[in-house]
Design a protein around this ligand. Structure first.
Ligand code: MG
Length: 391
């Protein structure tokens, strides 16, 4: 292993992921000259096509509804920010944490969860569709950038972090990466942290976006204890703020509260368990990065508030119903006649159909649809179903 890896590992805790001790890549490569292995992972993710597409994919609000809502790329940046802050304090590998956070949503379909649910239904007879597994498929196979290998050929630790959950059936197909699901082991701490940072990021930005969209009000949000507590402090310290300023100030304090809680709780768990190596973290029996019971309860309450008032809001429901229909109709059209897809996707689907029949063809169609941005999916749907639209 190169000196660059050892230099990058200086100052890390013994239980962190050390670049010099990485389990390596699926296809071995010489060590990078000026970067650590995990820097190379992060850089490949940033330069990938799938990462650029996240600009036009949404979480809750569909892209054309407004310019100021979070997209998957701004969400991923916020996840990375939260993850990096905590990683640095706990002396975990900040770069690996960042890489996992930036890659965690690469496999998402257009239109957020509505798109994923629809595609999963379409794929029911062919192994289903799961965005998390798709993220791994993107970095292992679908990115087409490098002469020497398919995908991004990332390190084991980064791939381990991307694959958050996995069914036992899928785990059996995944070799070394699937073993932890069969043995019910944990991933490294950087992976545990990225998972948690994701939750912190969306709970908070969906509050901000929900207010901005006019779906929820500050008064309603006071039902959630986490919001109400910070709101009380903000209004006492700064009376007379506008609603916009109040929401911003409360959201930043909610993030701070949760981040401090994760740091304190995880530090205590690490001090009592004292793992001497990342493999001991994996065998620890339970995650060592987590919230306190109190913060967990408040987060859960906020999450159910958002479910009820934002995700199930009739305006969001209308949009998700449309999105589901678009995905379903695209799938049916392409699966029935693969020649309706652009030539490279058509060729891929025909090849897959010859090798593995309908399952292979369905997977190729799902890969094409999953890679679409919201606006591309809408445009493809128009081109296929609107006779007045030019092809
Ligand atoms: Mg996410």
């Amino acid at each position: 292993m190169s000196d660059t890896n050892r230099e990058a590992d200086a100052g890390l805790a013994p239980y962190a992921a050390h670049a010099a001790q990485s389990r390596g890549r699926l296809r071995p490569e010489p060590a990078p000259n000026f970067r650590s292995e995990y820097q190379r992972d992060r850089d490949r993710i940033i330069h990938s096509t799938a990462f650029r597409r996240l600009v036009y994919k949404t979480q809750v609000f569909v892209n054309h509804e407004g310019d100021l809502y979070r997209t998957r790329v701004t969400h991923s940046l916020e996840v990375a920010q939260i993850g990096r802050t905590i990683a640095r304090v706990l002396r975990l590998n900040e770069t690996l944490t960042e890489a996992i956070c930036l890659a965690h949503d690469l496999g998402h379909t257009p239109f957020g969860h509505a798109g994923q649910d629809a595609l999963n239904e379409c794929m029911r007879e062919y192994g289903g569709f799961e965005h998390n597994l798709q993220s791994l498929r993107v970095v292992d196979e679908l990115e087409d950038h490098y002469a020497a290998f398919p995908g991004l050929n990332l390190t084991f630790e980064c791939r381990e972090g991307i694959l958050k959950h996995c069914s036992q059936a899928n785990a059996r197909q995944l070799g070394e990466l699937g073993e932890r699901f069969l043995r019910r082991e944990q991933p490294g701490l950087e992976a545990q942290l990225a998972n948690l940072a994701d939750e912190v990021a969306y709970n908070n930005h969906d509050v901000d976006d929900g207010v901005r969209a006019g779906l929820i009000s500050v008064e309603q949000l006071l039902e959630a204890q986490l919001f109400a507590e910070q709101h009380r402090q903000v209004t006492a310290q700064y009376p007379g703020l506008t609603d916009r300023q109040t929401v911003h100030e409360v959201v930043r304090r909610m993030i701070s509260y949760v981040v401090s809680d994760v740091i304190t709780t995880s530090r205590a768990a690490l001090e009592s368990t004292r793992p001497a190596h990342i493999d001991e973290v994996r065998r620890a029996g339970q995650p060592l990065i987590g919230f306190s019971t109190e913060a967990k309860g408040r987060q859960a309450e906020l999450k159910s508030f958002l479910r009820e008032h934002v995700y199930r809001h009739y305006k969001v429901q209308r949009m998700t119903t449309k999105a589901r229909r678009v995905v379903r109709e695209l799938f049916t059209a392409f699966f029935t006649d693969v020649r309706l897809m652009p030539p490279e996707h058509c060729a891929g689907a025909l090849k897959a159909a010859t090798a593995t029949g309908d399952a292979g063809k369905a997977r190729a169609v799902a890969d094409y649809i999953a890679g679409m941005t919201d606006r591309y999916a809408i445009l493809e749907h128009e081109r296929l179903f609107n006779p007045a639209e030019r092809t």
